[in-house]
Design a protein around this ligand. Structure first.
Ligand SMILES: Cc1cc2nc3c(=O)[nH]c(=O)nc-3n(C[C@H](O)[C@H](O)[C@H](O)COP(=O)(O)OP(=O)(O)OC[C@H]3O[C@@H](n4cnc5c(N)ncnc54)[C@H](O)[C@@H]3O)c2cc1C
Length: 446
């Protein structure tokens, strides 16, 4: 061991960042490695995807967030493997970073249940790039319908399909219905954006299935109030450009968004210990992996049961609590004190559906509609990182509430991109190939 033990943290998301904050200026040397230079406040990603907020308002450079931690270096890099015996992390360019303690917090992505090829047609929402791409597709769909109606006189219905009735699917469906009915309605001349059809497909018998049944039912009726068609017990079995298959029927759509399935970061499997079906690493009660008391896996990558037998949920409070608890255990080691087992404290869960619409469960008390929505707003501003972001987001929300306006309605990309997207929405094979080529290039770049 060096004089001060070296703690390497992989991931500057909720878990990694909270561990780094708790280790700031403590008697350890910290190296935080992330493949992005910014921390994303994922709970507000859908607001970037639906043009309420701009990317910079929910993402902050990691280096900036922990600039006061004089013992912490932030490295931009992608971790691809480990040498656990020799205590080294391996980056994609072959560089090795030595550690005394390792905290792996690389998060999770959505899973396509073995159909990764669907991602091109049905993007999911996890990163800023995803959110900007979804925003582009949603706004383009309206622009193209307007263009067709004005130039060719063709009137066709606009269909938006969301796959998955969890929190992200519900947020996206409610927000797209909100855009169509309120924010865009006055700005389009040749089409009536209020005719847009938003359908949410959920495989089980209710949306927001982790909430109590009365809250799920309330969420469904709040969605329906916004004009969303909620189709329960409906599995999407195939996706192709411009259409989705539900059961035996193909349904045409302009935009399809994927909001279901979880796959933990693939680096979990490189640790050489057991993982669950979603790739989450089975961890010990102190969040270490079997056989390695110096290697912790936390946040969405960790699989751990609570005392009541329920799994610790993949939510940001759990990741933050795990990050802080891991830092405490490392510091306890240095003082030769006993480690504490991790205990998740559930302070309540909530989900937003749209303007003045939400549900919340706080210690068994159920809230619906406006009150739940105010609680959701307050909590998200409170936890958003950066004072400036909090003020700006509050102002954006206040403005959007008063005027129903969306201030971030930009379609980015050059003319060729626009042409490709146009044809993509029409399902042309050449363009699909082009999109796949771009996706492959992105994968290589990652
Ligand atoms: C759209 C969306 C909405 C959500 N809404 C809510 C909500 O309302 N409330 C709630 O509690 N939770 C919500 N969640 C879940 C919550 O965001 C996660 O539970 C939480 O982010 C998990 O934290 P984490 O640290 O495990 O992973 P993350 O926060 O995902 O962080 C992982 C970090 O690791 C980095 N990384 C990944 N792989 C590598 C690698 N190989 N090398 C280097 N760096 C890597 C990533 O760039 C990222 O910065 C939402 C999630 C999403 C996607």
């Amino acid at each position: 061991m060096s004089i001060k033990p070296r703690v390497v943290i992989i991931g500057g998301g909720f878990g990694g960042l909270w561990a780094a904050k708790a280790l700031a200026n403590k008697p350890v040397e910290v190296t935080l490695i992330d493949r992005k230079n910014h921390h994303v406040f994922q709970p507000l990603l859908y607001q970037v995807a639906t043009a309420v907020l701009s990317p910079g308002e929910i993402a902050t450079p990691i280096r900036r967030i922990i600039h006061h931690a004089k013992n912490t270096e932030v490295i931009l890099g992608e971790v691809t493997g480990f040498d656990t015996e020799n205590k080294k992390v391996i980056l994609d360019d072959g560089t090795e970073v030595a550690f005394d303690y390792l905290i792996v917090a690389a998060g999770a992505r959505h899973a396509y249940f073995g159909h990764d090829d669907w991602e091109t047609s049905a993007p999911g929402l996890k990163t800023i790039e995803d959110a900007v791409e979804i925003r582009r597709r949603v706004l383009l769909a309206f622009e193209l319908a307007e263009r067709d109606a004005y130039l060719k006189g063709t009137r066709r219905s606009l269909n938006f399909v969301i796959v998955g009735g969890g929190p992200t699917g519900v947020e996206l469906a409610g927000a797209i219905a909100g855009i169509a009915r309120q924010a865009l309605a006055k700005d389009f001349m040749a089409i009536d954006t209020r005719d847009a059809h938003v359908v949410l497909f959920e495989g089980s018998d209710r949306v927001l299935g982790t909430f109590a049944r009365d809250l799920s039912e309330s969420a469904k009726s709040q969605l329906e109030d916004l004009g969303v068609e909620v189709r329960l017990n409906s599995f999407v079995t195939d996706i192709a450009p411009g259409k989705v298959k539900v059961g035996e029927d193909w349904i045409g759509c302009d935009v399809v968004l994927w909001a279901t399935g979880v796959a933990a970061s693939p680096i979990g499997k490189k640790l050489g210990v057991a993982t669950d079906k979603a790739g989450r690493v089975f961890v010990e009660p102190d969040l270490t992996i079997p056989g390695h008391k110096n290697i912790f896996v936390i946040g969405d990558m960790a699989s751990l049961k609570q005392e009541n037998g329920e799994p610790v949920p993949g939510v940001s409070p759990a990741a933050m609590q795990m990050g802080a608890a891991t830092a405490d255990n490392i510091l306890a080691d240095l003082k030769a004190k006993d480690r504490k087992n991790f205990r998740y404290v559930d302070k309540g869960t909530m989900a937003t559906i749209g303007r003045s619409k939400a549900i919340a469960d706080v210690q068994g008390f159920h809230f619906k509609g406006f009150i739940a929505w105010m609680m959701w707003l307050f909590l998200h501003v409170f936890f958003l990182i950066g004072f400036r972001n909090r003020i700006i987001v509050l102002l954006e929300w206040f403005w959007a509430y008063l005027t129903r306006e969306r201030s971030a309605r930009l379609i980015t990309g050059d003319a060729n991109e626009l042409k490709n997207a146009l044809a993509f929405l029409e399902g042309e094979d050449a363009v699909v190939a082009e999109m796949q080529k771009r996706e492959e290039a992105k994968q290589v770049a990652r």
